[in-house]
Design a protein. Structure first.
Length: 420
């Protein structure tokens, strides 16, 4: 219900007006109507574009999507014909604590990513913690995951949702440890520092079983050795043996497995496959050839695998979408789904789609002046970066007018407060 309607007093007595104006923002969040959207990308690969020009948001939730909607709202955003996409969900990031990364001794990276359209980050492990022994012993790995999860549940830099506390799987964990992380709300575990010479003892498979029984997803660092220098090579044989849910950075993070093995994973398994900005671009094209033949677009996820040795890339997700759209022969709206709805689904999270009943995490963007593109989606198709005008997370406007990390969009949304 619109809080303003609720507070409209009969006869508009001065007292009523006073209360309406002072109480307007006192209860809950302001409702928002976004109108005059050009293209609306749903994030759902089955139906990536929706013929609608309006979105109505109340209490941070998308309540209605339609055409020419005109209901009263506390805040009205005139999108002026630009494109709406779901907020980007980075499938592979490395937060540590707070809006700081020891990987590059840099501040405010999460805020910068938000200005690049990222509204949620999936942690692939808080493994950049200064002084963390690598590989960590089981108690250290478990403690780190629990502390990280509790901290990230309590902190959202610039509104960004950080799904942190990803447990780094090492030999020696017990089933009760999986009970503990499940009780803490951790929904992802990762193989990176596991000793694969131990695979014959069946412990790794038990980890996967224990995780699945508790609704926890399993990711593996695939390909060559990581920057840590202590991870082991994981090609098709190890991946198939462990049978995770998600093959982390299959195209390299930074080094991919051989091309033939990438194709085998696409053709011989149903696993999700991640493309990361820190990887091998040639392998992205090989992967997408195999994906196209197999019809497996629903299994492709986009992430950055940053911060790390590749640095901090606020526009990383946008650049990967543009690469897939312009060089990888993927429709731009489908590439956006790989960076939004696919990532949410793969990780068992209800984020990444623009539909009724879902959280209002979205981005409004348009072509940048001077681009040969017609609009935001066409910018991706031409390989150009689009300009971001608005970022909204849980119905709250985090970027209004223009992003600090992209050139300004040719058309910017206009935001009006109607209440008071
Ligand atoms: Zn990584």
């Amino acid at each position: 219900m619109d809080i303003c309607d609720d507070l409209r007093f009969p006869g508009n007595f001065p007292l009523g007006l006073f209360l309406q104006q002072t109480l307007c923002y006192s209860f809950g969040m302001p409702s928002v109507l976004i109108k005059n959207i050009g293209a609306l990308v749903t994030g759902d690969l089955k139906n990536p574009l929706r013929h609608a020009d309006s979105i109505y948001v109340e209490d941070g939730i998308i309540r209605a999507i339609g055409n020419g909607m005109s209901q009263r709202a506390d805040v009205v955003i005139d999108a002026r014909g630009i494109t709406a996409i779901p907020g980007l969900v980075d499938s592979h990031s490395h937060p540590t604590f707070g809006d700081f990364t020891p990987a590059q001794n840099a501040l405010s990276w999460i805020t910068h990513y938000m200005h690049g359209g990222v509204t949620a980050l999936i942690s692939a492990g808080e493994l950049h913690l200064p002084g963390l022994p690598l590989p960590p012993d089981p108690k250290t790995a478990l403690s780190l995951a629990l502390v990280a999860k509790r901290c990230w549940d309590n902190l959202r830099p610039s509104g960004v949702k950080v799904h942190g506390g990803t447990l780094l799987l090492v030999p020696g964990l017990k089933e009760k440890d999986f009970d503990e992380i499940a009780a803490a709300g951790i929904r992802l575990v990762k193989f990176i520092f596991y000793d694969y010479s131990l695979l014959p003892n069946g412990e790794a498979e038990r980890y996967v079983k224990w995780a699945r029984e508790r609704g926890i997803k399993v990711k593996i660092h695939s390909g060559g050795v990581s920057r840590s220098g202590v991870s082991q090579v994981a090609g098709v044989e190890v991946v198939k043996r462990i049978n995770p849910d998600i093959v982390g950075h299959i195209t390299g993070g930074p080094i991919p497995m051989p091309e033939k093995e990438v194709e085998q994973i696409v053709n011989e398994t149903d696993l999700y496959v991640e493309i990361c900005s820190s990887g091998n671009s040639r392998m992205v094209l090989s992967l997408m050839c195999a994906v196209k033949i197999k019809g497996a677009f629903h299994r492709v996820l986009i992430g950055t695998d940053t911060p790390g040795g590749t640095g901090i890339i606020p526009r990383g997700m946008l650049r990967e979408i543009a690469f897939l759209s312009s060089v990888g022969e993927v429709a731009p709206e489908a590439a956006v789904c790989m960076a939004t709805g696919n990532v949410g689904r793969a990780h068992g999270l209800s984020i990444g789609t623009l539909e009724e009943g879902k959280v209002a995490d979205l981005v409004l963007l348009d072509r940048i002046q001077g681009s040969v593109a017609k609009d935001g989606l066409d910018a991706f198709a031409k390989g150009d970066l689009p300009g971001i005008s608005v970022v909204m997370i849980d119905g709250e406007i985090q970027v209004a007018g223009r992003s600090q990390q992209t050139p300004p969009p040719e058309r910017s949304a206009v935001i009006e407060k109607t209440c008071p």
